[in-house]
Each structure stands twice: as structure tokens, then as C-alpha cells.
Ligand binder design. Structure first.
Ligand SMILES: [Fe+2]
Length: 375
């Protein structure tokens, strides 16, 4: 399996990982052969990447945080419960609590200490996919930060609900391409409070989960919102959710900025560790999340192009890479694997993408603007 940008899809390619819409409906199943019509549908649905079957990478396992089945179930449950809650039909969070346990069981049962994030969500307002990603990532990090099961449950629930208050933010504000006006910004800043409003009364015993949703945009230096809290006033579980939230939000296109690569997003978190984000949490991310996930095409310091095929425990920045093109861009007849844990003179230079002329490095770093982190 290899990750391919939507603009590089061609008829005849075979889907390697199902495409899930934000409401849990499967847009395309694994094994479907792409036609021009299907490619248009994928673009219209707003997907940015697709995993494609490729005989050179038949043996590759994506090594993700949660499986496709749990992800799909999570989206269905979240959609169902959320709309019932908003309409006032549902007063209990029971289905979401069961979902929380499923996510935790799945993350804890995996022996993996390094994961790739499978980022196949639709851009713009795919709030449910974002919630599921953030929750799974928070639980995964929580495992390495020594949290108890009870703490993981509170973290997972808060992370699932953290952005649901965005339902009250008008779409023209949520998806505005330019800078928000002060009045619009005021509305946006309220979404954590509205998430809490949805939870209150339904989860009175989950005070900490409510806190996680409330504080997910607070930053250690007081620059966050809604209250501008400082370090010790921000709960540790909220700090975990803040990091997962930013990481997941930065790695998709938004109307007002281009997506960050995984490596760039991690770089941003590292650069602000101790200032905006909790150092211990960011350290766990660096140790346990692959900056170049499985299936990603990369350029090596040798000038060769390869695809990440396996992660190495303990050192996610040095995975096993299958080289497919030499330094002149010529395709290799027989791809060969380089284990960067053994070949210490070679490293990954950057993410690479293929265009009509062949591969080129992804060197256009999106501007880091204030707006970029308000998702
Ligand atoms: Fe948010």
C-alpha cells in the first residue's frame, strides 16, 4: 500500500484502504478499481490522500492507532449520539461511553509503541473524524504517560467531545478562508464552552472530561482561550488533548492554510514545547508517533526516493524505507529495503510527492500564521 495525493490518482489504481465519510458511510471499499468518475467523486468529497494497492508494497501494514472497524463504528456512534443530543432526544452518554471503552481496549491491546496516523479524512468540517483521531491519539499517548484506565476513560471522552460545540459556530466562520473579524473570533472562541454545554447534565460524573473539552485551547503561557489560563491551572489531561488536537488539525488542509506534513506538525509542537504545550506530552509524541508514517513517499539524503514500509520501535524517525527510484529519478527494477536503524549514514530528508515530471521534495513549508492553530 502506498499513500497517493488525490491529484495524482489515475484510473486503474486499486483502493488499498476504505474511504470513510465523516458520517461513517463507506465512500469506497478496499479493492475498488478507480475510474475517472470515482476520482471525481473522491475529489468532490474533499479527501486529500488515498491509500492505493501496489504490488511492490503488498507486505506493508499501516501500523495505525485504531483499526478500520473501530474507526467506522466510532464515526457511526458519534454521529448518531451527537444528533440525538443536539435535538434533546438523548440524555445519556452511554453509547459514547461504550465507544470510549472500545477505543481504549483497542489501543491497549496493541503492543505497538510507535504508530502512523492514517489521515484519510475529508477536509473542512469533518468534525467527527477529527474527534475520533484526537481521542485515539490522546489514549495512545496517555498509555506512555502512565495514566490509569480511569484517567484514560476521562481523557478519551473529553477528547471525543472537545470540538462538538463547533456545531453552533456558523459554517461561514468555521470555513472562512481569511482572517476572522473580531466579532467572528469571539464566536469561534466560544466553541469549547458550547462543547461543555452539550456534555453538562449528561455527564455530571465526568467532571474531568468536561474540563478536557473546556481547556483544549488553553496554552501554558496564557495565550489560549476561552480563559487564558496559565500552566498549573490547565489540567494534565487537557494538555494531552491540546497536543493531539493541534497535531491532527495541522495535518489537513483548512480553507485558510495548506496542511502541514506530519514531520512539520511535530516540529511545530517541539518548537513550542514548554511554551505553549506540555513538554512531557510533546516528548511522548516525538518518541511514539512516526513523523514519516507507513506508506509515505520520502526523499533520502542519498537523493534516492523510497516509501516507508515499517516503523522501528524506539526511533520512529528512522524507519525501514523501500527505495524505488535512484538519485536520478529512475525507477529501480528491484526495489530494496534500507533499515535506517542500521544504515546510520543515511537519513530521511523530507516528504516527497510525485507529479507529472516524477518525484520532487515537498519543500513548500506553509506559513506558520496565528490562524493556523485555532482549529
Ligand atoms: Fe477546538
Amino acid at each position: 500500500m502506498i499513500k497517493v495525493r488525490v491529484q495524482d490518482l489515475k484510473p486503474g489504481m486499486i483502493i488499498g484502504y476504505p474511504l470513510l465519510r465523516d458520517d461513517g458511510v463507506v465512500l469506497l471499499r478496499e479493492g475498488v478499481t478507480l475510474t475517472n468518475r470515482l476520482i471525481v467523486r473522491i475529489k468532490e468529497a474533499g479527501f486529500e490522500y488515498v491509500y492505493i494497492h501496489d504490488r511492490r508494497f503488498r507486505d506493508v501494514d499501516l501500523e495505525e492507532t485504531i483499526s478500520y472497524d473501530v474507526r467506522r463504528q466510532a464515526l457511526l456512534t458519534l454521529n448518531d449520539s451527537f444528533f440525538s443530543i443536539v435535538k434533546g432526544k438523548q440524555t445519556s452518554l452511554e453509547p459514547i461511553r461504550r465507544l470510549v471503552d472500545e477505543i481504549i481496549d483497542e489501543v491497549l491491546s496493541s503492543k505497538r509503541s510507535v504508530v502512523s496516523l492514517v489521515q484519510l479524512r475529508q477536509h473542512d468540517d469533518a468534525v467527527f473524524s477529527h474527534s475520533v483521531n484526537v481521542s485515539a491519539l490522546s489514549v495512545f499517548l496517555g498509555r506512555f504517560l502512565g495514566l490509569s484506565r480511569q484517567q484514560l476513560r476521562m481523557l478519551a471522552l473529553g477528547s471525543l467531545m472537545h470540538d462538538l460545540g463547533k456545531v453552533k459556530v456558523p459554517l461561514e466562520i468555521l470555513n472562512k478562508p481569511g482572517k476572522l473579524l473580531p466579532g467572528e473570533w469571539e464566536v469561534m472562541r466560544n466553541h469549547p464552552l458550547w462543547s461543555v454545554e452539550l456534555m453538562t447534565g449528561k455527564a455530571p460524573e465526568e467532571v474531568v472530561s468536561i474540563m478536557v473539552a473546556l481547556q483544549h485551547h488553553e496554552r501554558l503561557d496564557g495565550s489560549g482561550y476561552p480563559y487564558g489560563l496559565l500552566e498549573n491551572d490547565i489540567h494534565f489531561l487537557s494538555r494531552i488533548c491540546a497536543c493531539s488536537d493541534v497535531y491532527d488539525a495541522l495535518t489537513v488542509d483548512r480553507p485558510y492554510r495548506q496542511r502541514f506534513s506530519y514531520a512539520e506538525a511535530l516540529e511545530y509542537l517541539m518548537g513550542n514545547a514548554g511554551k505553549l504545550f506540555d513538554l512531557q506530552v510533546v516528548t511522548a509524541m516525538v518518541r511514539h508517533i512516526a513523523p514519516y508514517p507507513v506508506g509515505e513517499t520520502v526523499r533520502l539524503t542519498t537523493g534516492e526516493i523510497g516509501v516507508v514500509v515499517k516503523l522501528n520501535e524506539g526511533l520512529p524517525i528512522r524507519p525501514v524505507v523501500r527505495v524505488i527510484r535512484d538519485q536520478n529519478g529512475n525507477a529501480l527494477e528491484r526495489p530494496r529495503d534500507i533499515d535506517l536503524l542500521k544504515e546510520l549514514t543515511v537519513a530521511i530528508l523530507c516528504q516527497a510527492e510525485e507529479d507529472a515530471e516524477g518525484f520532487y521534495p515537498r519543500n513548500e513549508v506553509p506559513p506558520i500564521t496565528e490562524r493556523a492553530f485555532l482549529d
